[in-house]
Design a protein around this ligand. Structure first.
Ligand SMILES: [Zn+2]
Length: 120
């Protein structure tokens, strides 16, 4: 099974799966076969804690008949990896450094990583 498939199967199961290098213990995302830090090939899978913060974001504006504006955010998880996601709620409330919790939801009927703001 390819690393990418294992990640996508994780989403279907409601899990955000990250790789972790057995040699240097770096967490890895996107899924791959070589550790980008040390080029080790002994990679384990762990489930992300979900804890993270907004690294950067943009707001996608839509015509009202197509739906509400939404944001596309790059979040940095506590494990040190970054991923593209969407923060629930009003895009105006999103800010860099905001604490979020990542979970598996749906975008257009497909499992995807979403985030919600965590209370300070
Ligand atoms: Zn490594």
């Amino acid at each position: 099974m390819t690393p990418d498939k294992h990640f996508r199967d994780g989403l279907v199961a409601g899990e955000i799966r990250l790789q972790r290098c057995s040699s240097c213990h770096a967490h890895i995302f996107f899924p791959r076969v070589l550790c980008p830090a040390c080029h080790g090939t002994d990679l384990d899978w762990v489930n992300a804690s979900g804890q993270g913060e907004v690294y950067t974001f943009t707001t996608v504006r839509q015509r009202p008949e197509k739906g509400d504006d939404y944001n596309v955010s790059m979040i940095e998880l506590a494990e040190g990896v970054r991923m593209m996601t969407r923060v629930d709620g009003d895009p105006c409330d999103v800010a860099i450094g905001m604490r979020v919790f990542a979970y598996v939801g749906e975008i257009d009927g497909k499992p995807a990583v979403l985030c919600r703001k965590t209370e300070e």
